[in-house]
Design a protein around this ligand. Sequence first.
Ligand code: 5GP
Ligand code: SF4
Ligand code: MG
Length: 460
Amino acid sequence: CGVFGIYGNPQAGAITALGLHALQHRGQEAAGIVSFDGGRFHLQHTLGLVGDHFSSEAIIAKLKGASAIGHVRYATTGDTSIRNVQPLYADFEFGGFALAHNGNLTNAQTLRRQLVRRGCLFQSSTDTEVIVHLMATARGGSPVDRLIEAVRQVEGAFSLVALTSKEVIGVRDALGVRPLVLGRLGDTHILASETCAFDIVGAEYVRDVEPGEMIVIDGDGVHSLRPFQPQQRRLCIFEYIYFARPDSVMEGTSVYEARQRIGRELAREAGVPADVIVPVPDSGVPAALGYAQEAGVPFDLGIIRNHYVGRTFIEPTDQIRHLGVKLKHNANRAMIEGKRVVLVDDSIVRGTTSKKIVEMVRAAGAKEVHMRISSPPTSHPCFYGIDTPEQGKLLAHRMTVEQMRDFIQADSLAFISLDGLYRAMGEEKRDPANLGYCDACFTGDYPIPLTDALENPPVE
Ligand code: 5GP
Ligand code: SF4
Ligand code: MG
């Protein structure tokens, strides 16, 4: 998901809509904005894309006020229905409160059962609503105190943006698994999942919200609170590999440059004689460029992507996913025929994409097809806000690399090593005693307890 918040700008509603548009890649299922005009809160929620609803002047005009928060959603918990669209909104004794969440809570079901026993009535099936009820049952008075009390009880990954009648609040979980950045537009402040949401409105990137930090933006400016004990930071490494937009900067590192360096490492680790390096667009492009630069082999667009189809993995059923892959990519025969082709993609999840693409490139006359992947094998599901399927559906959980190569019918298959990935991130190697990132989907080393999953193990 993607979150955005702005305080103290008369165009808050319109700016939030633009910010969400820039964050669209983080969730295409639903979008919502809540604004506050000094007296009243205004809510707009929609299923579908930001532009389909929030490009209307009439809708933006309804989002009155100088502060607003917004959310783009792709479901990791809860179904796709309008009641699950964020920001969530609730009326408290202190007034209205809106909340937008990127991430996934790992003890939400456990807390929810306790809250329901205490009489709380849940309106949605999202994990995020637990935070609202924890605030309602908190002892503290002010919204900030209540929110602190609530977030201290939840486990998991969260970057939250909240709106009250007095302030806009941002919080990152103690490990900072999901990103959140602070920006400035004139003398007003902005919070967003990624810096690309600042660029679209001409705002300036100030800094990342620190892991475990709470930022409160009000009439006096920006205040920093520390509700959690300091811990080792563990930003999701997959943000750099795939999820974030390449023109964003996270923790001072350009996502594009990180991807390019991963591609270079991949060429060093797993180079193979070839005539052309071809990215699987769009996600494979920066890594393929890095690979081609390092290998000294021409880079060409041997696969063309149709931009009017959403990200394959967000589509709901296996049948549609198959269809989606065919709709999405086409081989560019002129760049492929008679050549030894290296294909570069960011990840293999179920293996559907790779299998189709290899077949397509062969049918277009490639002499050899080698697949190179800019992440280590995805062997474990993510419980922190990236929508991977259950473990049994992960190709790398069921198969060795050689079996995977056979499954996708490539002449060779290689993944970047874990150490290579960390080298691309500027470290010497993956140091288990001092990990700066979450890499659990590649290692099974989950940095935050999986309380719900341990209580209700998934049936495979
Ligand atoms: P597959 O077809 O192997 O299931 O999915 C791999 C493709 O989905 C890659 O092209 C990759 O860009 C994209 N993808 C990246 N991240 C994820 C993710 O977290 N989950 C899923 N299911 N697909 C992803
Ligand atoms: Fe990111 Fe993987 Fe960790 Fe999930 S498990 S937060 S995708 S690194
Ligand atoms: Mg892809």
